[in-house]
Design a protein around this ligand. Structure first.
Ligand code: NAP
Ligand code: GDP
Length: 378
């Protein structure tokens, strides 16, 4: 049975979480969850010339939320940070997380996503915390890659199919190795795609929900996509971060598949997203010539561009969450696919509407300046 009450019951134990990747989609939801559970949360951030803390802006300034500069490619910074924070739990979420980008930046991806995991493990050992600090590693369904079985479970063989997946496979095995070699409580969550209104804007779901909102509000004409037949098991990120926590509260360190057990194509995601934006799609043509047509206006609003095809593409991911259901008591169906698409589209419809209002008010100000200049208004 999961030790779900571990952090609530043991009063003497101080719960200190260190989250790498705190500025990301999952890091932001996990921070909220752990703060609500009474943890002291420390997030690793890296220096950037632009503001990239939008997802955690609402948490900054809270008394139990602390941010520290370090980098997954800098061992010394990690050793110092772990020593300073003395975490009881580490959630290693930091990664170059985009599959397509990993073909363009394979070495950086390997450094952060593979060796970065080793650096965290060694930082824990260097600070002699291996018996008191539990470690969660953000592993991925991309490990199954060119899939050898459908659905995929904890026992399905891996066949990584991108530089990202190969790097994450190293992370998976080094976690297992340190668990066996040093008896450390370290686990991988093999998470299938999970999305939200905070999902990065270059992942296909968010590209679709943003474009559907822009097209519905007259701000864009057409959305270009790659492989429409690709199938994913899409869940809601907010539900998935709860599982990360449950994995670390379990009696024994183990790896878990986290998925909904339901699969849809990119085309199905687009059809539903446009529906929620008020546009009904009709699909015509095949392959590169396939088009999504607005049934009301007859306009092409979705088209295929080979620019978004990948050198190797993972096309058939479907997870089997039975173990997580049975051993962690986790409910994979809490948020349905339909609810997920709806909440993402509603969010993006609002976002685009606010952008339009702000553009309009800027225009009005310019007009006002002109009026003043011409002396029409004083
Ligand atoms: P995300 O939104 O892309 O966030 C990635 C985080 O990693 C960001 O906070 C980023 O910081 C940080 N990061 C990247 N390189 C770093 C470096 N060198 N040093 C320190 N921090 C660095 O990803 P996510 O969707 O939240 O996913 C979280 C984790 O789960 C990732 O490891 C991802 O690979 C894995 N995963 C995700 C999914 C999914 O569907 N979302 C599925 C399976 C596994 P900046 O803000 O500074 O860029
Ligand atoms: P991934 O599963 O981590 O690679 O998540 P993505 O959201 O980036 O991609 C999911 C699937 O959608 C992959 O099989 C892509 O090839 C496919 N896809 C089709 N068109 C697009 C597109 O325009 N952008 C992205 N990012 N993926 C696309």
């Amino acid at each position: 049975m999961p030790r779900v009450l571990w952090c609530i019951n043991s009063k003497q134990m101080k719960h200190i979480a260190l989250i790498t990747g705190v500025t990301g989609q999952d890091g932001s939801y996990l921070s909220e969850l752990l703060l609500a559970k009474g943890y002291s949360v420390h997030g690793l951030i890296r220096r950037s010339s632009v503001d990239y803390r939008e997802r955690i802006a609402h948490l900054e300034g809270l008394p139990h939320f602390h941010l520290h500069y370090a980098d997954m490619s800098d061992s010394m910074s990690l050793v110092k940070l772990v020593g300073q924070v003395q975490p009881t739990e580490i959630y290693n979420l930091a990664a170059q997380s985009h599959v397509q980008v990993s073909f363009d930046a394979p070495e950086f991806t390997a450094d952060v996503d593979a060796v970065g995991v080793l650096r965290i493990l060694e930082a824990v050992r260097t600070n002699h915390l291996e018996k008191t600090c539990r470690i969660y590693q953000a592993s991925t369904s991309e490990l199954y890659g060119k899939v050898e079985a459908v659905p995929q479970s904890e026992t399905t063989p891996f066949h990584p199919y991108s530089p990202y997946a190969v790097a994450k496979l190293y992370g998976y095995w080094i976690i297992k190795e340190y668990r066996e070699a040093y008896d450390m409580f370290c686990c991988s969550g093999i998470l299938f795609n999970h999305e939200s209104e905070r999902r990065g804007e270059t992942f296909v779901t968010r590209e679709i929900t943003l474009a559907a909102a822009r097209i519905a509000q007259g701000k864009q004409d057409c959305l270009y996509l790659g492989n429409l037949d690709s199938k994913r098991d899409w869940g809601y990120a907010k539900d998935y971060v709860e599982c990360m926590w449950l994995i670390l509260q379990h009696d024994t360190p183990e790896d878990f598949v986290i998925a909904t057990g339901v699969q849809h194509t990119v085309r199905e995601f687009a059809t539903l997203a446009f529906h929620h934006a008020g546009i009904e799609l009709r699909w015509e043509g095949k392959g590169i010539d396939e088009k999504g047509i607005d049934t009301k206006t007859g306009k092409i609003v979705v088209a295929v561009s080979p620019d978004f095809y990948r050198p190797t593409d993972v096309v058939n991911l479907l997870g089997d969450p039975t173990k997580a259901q049975r051993e962690l008591g986790w409910n994979p169906q809490r948020t349905s696919f339909e609810q997920l698409v709806k909440l993402m589209v509603e969010h993006d419809m609002n976002k685009i509407m606010h952008e339009r209002i702000s553009e309009l008010s800027k225009e009005r100000k310019m007009n006002l300046a002109e009026y003043l200049e011409k002396g029409i208004v004083k």
